[in-house]
Design a protein around this ligand. Structure first.
Ligand SMILES: Nc1ncnc2c1ncn2[C@@H]1O[C@H](COP(=O)(O)OP(=O)(O)OP(=O)(O)O)[C@@H](O)[C@H]1O
Ligand SMILES: [Mg+2]
Length: 286
C-alpha cells in the first residue's frame, strides 16, 4: 500500500479502495482461524507477553493449532520469547509464511521485519509534526496488513499480544471481524488494579467478551486480591501465575517454560488458565 507521503496531492490513489480490499483479504485470511483472542492490560510490564507465550505453548502442547501475532509494533518481544528471532520470513504467492516454534506455534512480529536490533519503528509523515497524529492510523494500517498478509492457515487459536493501553484493543476490535474475546492481565498492586479496572471497562465496551482476568507475578509482593477485582467487575477470574525467576529466564532464552518445567506452579497455572479459556471459548461457540 502507498504511504501517506506518496499520495499527498496525487489525487489519483484509491486509498479507500486499497483499505477495503485489504479488509476483504483479512476476512478471508481469518476464515480458517477458529478464535482470535487478545491479551491486554492498561498497565505496562505486567507480563502480557509472557502470559501470551505461556498460553500459546500450553495450547500447542495440548494439541491445538496456535498462532501468535505480536501487536506491539514499537516494543515487539514475541519472536524473542518464543525463540524464533532471526528466522527468515519466506514470502510466497499466498503471503508471508510465519516461522514456527519448536512446539509448532506460528509467530508474526515486527521484530522479524526490522533490519537490526537498534532500529526502532518510525512512522513516515509529511512533516515531523504530523508523526504523532499519524501514528494511530499507521499502527492500525500495519496491523491490518500483518493480519491480512500472513499465511496463518488453519488455526484453532490466534493470540494477539497487545502493547500496554486498552485503547489498542479498540483498534484491534475494529479490525478483526470476530474477536472471540480478551484476556486481561494484572499484577497484585494497587497501582495496577487502578489502571486495569479501567481497562476492563474499555474491553467490555468493544463488544467482544472479556474472557477473564489473570493475576501474574503472584507472591512477588503482597497486594490486593485480583479475584475480588474480577468479581467487582463482573468478569471471570482465570487464575494466578506465581512469580518465578525460571519463567523469566525461559522467556529470555526463548524456550517454552510450560514444556520445560511442566510441574512448576507457574507452568501448572498457565496450563490451567489455558484450559479455562478454551472452555469459555467452546461455551461461546456452542
Ligand atoms: N510470572 C512471572 N515470573 C517471573 N518473571 C515474569 C513473570 N511474568 C513476567 N515476567 C518477566 O517480567 C518482564 C515483563 O514481562 P512482559 O514483557 O511479559 O510484560 P508486558 O506486560 O508484556 O510488558 P509491556 O507492557 O512492555 O508489553 C519480563 O522480563 C518477563 O520475563
Ligand atoms: Mg509485552
Amino acid at each position: 500500500m502507498k504511504k501517506y507521503k506518496d499520495i499527498v496531492g496525487d489525487g489519483g490513489s484509491n486509498i479507500v479502495g486499497q483499505v477495503e480490499a485489504q479488509q476483504v483479504r483479512l476476512r478471508e485470511r481469518l476464515a480458517g482461524v477458529r478464535a482470535v483472542v487478545a491479551v491486554v492490560s492498561g498497565k505496562g510490564g505486567v507480563g502480557k507477553s509472557s502470559v501470551t507465550a505461556g498460553l500459546a505453548c500450553a495450547w500447542a502442547l495440548g494439541g491445538a493449532r496456535v498462532g501468535v501475532l505480536d501487536a506491539d509494533l514499537n516494543g515487539p518481544t514475541m519472536a524473542k520469547m518464543l525463540g524464533v528471532r532471526g528466522q527468515r520470513l519466506p514470502f510466497t504467492a499466498d503471503g508471508v509464511e510465519p516461522p514456527r516454534t519448536t512446539l509448532g506455534v506460528k509467530v508474526m512480529s515486527m521484530d522479524l521485519l526490522l533490519p537490526s536490533d537498534a532500529a526502532p519503528l518510525t512512522w513516515d509523515a509529511a512533516t515531523q509534526d504530523e508523526a504523532h497524529t499519524w501514528r494511530g492510523t499507521m499502527e492500525a494500517n500495519a496491523l491490518r496488513e500483518f493480519l491480512a498478509d500472513t499465511s496463518w492457515g488453519e488455526l484453532d487459536l490466534l493470540l494477539l499480544d497487545l502493547p500496554p493501553g486498552t485503547d489498542r484493543l479498540v483498534t484491534i476490535a475494529s479490525l478483526v471481524p470476530r474477536l472471540a474475546g480478551s484476556v486481561v492481565v494484572t499484577i497484585p498492586s494497587d497501582v495496577s488494579h487502578l489502571v486495569v479496572r479501567k481497562s476492563i471497562t474499555v474491553a467490555a465496551q468493544t463488544g467482544a467478551p472479556v474472557l477473564g482476568l489473570v493475576e501474574n507475578m503472584t507472591g512477588l509482593f503482597p497486594g490486593p486480591d485480583a479475584a475480588a477485582l474480577a468479581r467487582d467487575a463482573g468478569i471471570p477470574f482465570l487464575g494466578r501465575v506465581p512469580f518465578d525467576p525460571a519463567l523469566a529466564a525461559a522467556c529470555d532464552r526463548g524456550t517454552p517454560f510450560v514444556a520445560q518445567a511442566p510441574e512448576s506452579p507457574a507452568a501448572r497455572a498457565l496450563t490451567a488458565i489455558a484450559g479455562e479459556i478454551r472452555v469459555a471459548l467452546a461455551a461461546r461457540v456452542a
